[in-house]
Every structure is written in structure tokens, then in C-alpha cells.
Design a protein around this ligand. Structure first.
Ligand code: F6R
Length: 242
């Protein structure tokens, strides 16, 4: 695991965006694994700026998002589909149909999860997987105690994760309890993994991910097993490293 510690969040974000753009320049038809959440908003803003400056194109790329809330259709304003349109897809040149997220409103979410996993395999697996880090060490919605070999499936969100995500909903009671998420095994098959975390709220999880034992208690510690994982932190998120 390569750990890059930047002085501040701005610089960590900029570096992450540059690594994604570099992969797309090297491999224009890359299969990207994308994440949502507050961490990624500034990364996507920089990629949009790079696209507008003619520095990066998504025209040949494909993408699979990590996760989606069960019960939310793609046009629901709090769905991850809506997030991705707002923060990236509507502003870059991705081809229609090239982006995939699990369907939160699928009649049978378990079948949807299995088909999503099959679609990732059929695409040749993820080339570059972008990840944020939950304060409890989750990646995707693989909450603590998730199997380190798990594939795309339904997960129950912990109370802490629902509270963290309640900021996006008018009423905290509206935060879904279930999500479809790529598994840790799915993520580990990616050719390259790039995790970004900044801010003091991520310091405990970052230390457990990097220096803690490999354990389902900290799902992100599974990245210790990945051959090409890069973790980008700011000083605040790195504060609890030895
Ligand atoms: C998002 C996702 C989550 C977030 C994590 C951090 O698709 O899978 O694992 O990356 O919860 O969220 P933020 O960035 O909001 O702190």
C-alpha cells in the first residue's frame, strides 16, 4: 500500500484528480469504479475543470459505481444516480449507457446485486477503483464485519453511517436502511485502487486501515492485500499514524 500524505485537503484532492486523469490519458477506455460522498465532490469538480480545459476525456471510458441505496429510483434526488449526474456525468463527455450504478428500485435487489457483479466481471473488472473511507473504516457500504471475500450484495447500513449520510436528507428518518454495494472481494479484483480521505474525522479509520491488523472489523484494512493500492491523505487524516 502506497500512502501519500499531503499538507492539506486541497492538495490531496488535486493529486487524486490528477491520478485519475493520468489513468484516463494512459488508457482512454479504462473501466472506472466510482464513489459518491462528500469527499469526492471536489475531486469530480477538478475532473470537470480538467475536461473543460481539454486535458481529459471520458468518451471511451466506462464506469461502475460502488453502491446505491435500496428503494431509491435513479431519478430520486437523494439517489447516487442523481449525485453522479450532478457532480460528474452531466458535465463530461461520457457516452450514453457507459455509466452503471446498481438499480436501487429493482423489484428483486438480490438479483440486481448478482447481475451487477456479473456485469463488472463481463467488463473485465474495474481498472481504477476510487474509494472514500467511512469513519468506521467502511469502503463502499461494506460495514465492519463484512466478509473480506464478499461480492456485490445487500448490506444494512450501521446507525453511524445513516447518521453521517442524514445531512443529505430533509428528514433523517428518510435515510434508507439498506444499500446494494460492491463487495470487498469485488473491490480487491480491481487492477488499481485509489482511496482518498481527509479531515480529522477519518484519522482513526485511516490508522486502522494502514497500521491495524487485517480484519473485517476495519473493512478498508483489506486494501493491505491489494498489489496496487494508493491511499491519499491530508495531515489531519494521517494524524493517528505511528
Ligand atoms: C460512497 C461510498 C462510501 C463513502 C464513505 C465516505 O459511494 O461508498 O464508502 O466513500 O462513506 O463518505 P464521505 O466522503 O461523505 O465522508
Amino acid at each position: 500500500m502506497k500512502v501519500l500524505i499531503h499538507d492539506d485537503a486541497e492538495s490531496a484532492i488535486e493529486h487524486t484528480a490528477q491520478l485519475i486523469a493520468a489513468r484516463l490519458r494512459r488508457q482512454p477506455d479504462a473501466v472506472l469504479g466510482l464513489a459518491t460522498g462528500g469527499t469526492m465532490e471536489a475531486v469530480y469538480a477538478r475532473l470537470i475543470a480538467a475536461h473543460r480545459a481539454g486535458e481529459v476525456s471520458f468518451a471511451k471510458a466506462r464506469s461502475f459505481n460502488l453502491d446505491e441505496y435500496v428503494g431509491l429510483p435513479p431519478d430520486h434526488p437523494m439517489s447516487y444516480w442523481a449525485y453522479m449526474r450532478q457532480h460528474l456525468f452531466d458535465h463530461v463527455d461520457m457516452a450514453p449507457g457507459a455509466a452503471a450504478l446498481p438499480r436501487g428500485d429493482a423489484a428483486d435487489p438480490e438479483t440486481e446485486a448478482a447481475s451487477y457483479e456479473e456485469a463488472i466481471v463481463a467488463a473485465g473488472d474495474i481498472g481504477l477503483q476510487l474509494l472514500g473511507l467511512g469513519a468506521n473504516g467502511h469502503i463502499g457500504f461494506n460495514e465492519p464485519t463484512s466478509s473480506l471475500a464478499s461480492l456485490t450484495r445487500i448490506k444494512t447500513l450501521t446507525r453511524g453511517t445513516r447518521e453521517a449520510n442524514a445531512r443529505y436528507f430533509d428528514d433523517p428518518a428518510e435515510v434508507p436502511r439498506l444499500a446494494i454495494t460492491m463487495g470487498i472481494g469485488t473491490i480487491l479484483r480491481a487492477d488499481e485502487v485509489l482511496l482518498l480521505a481527509y479531515g480529522a474525522g477519518k484519522a482513526d479509520a485511516a490508522a486502522a486501515m494502514i497500521e491495524g491488523p487485517l480484519s473485517a472489523a476495519c473493512p478498508a484494512s483489506a486494501l493491505q492485500m491489494h498489489r496496487k493500492a494508493t491511499v491519499v491523505l491530508d495531515q489531519a487524516a494521517a494524524a493517528k499514524l505511528a
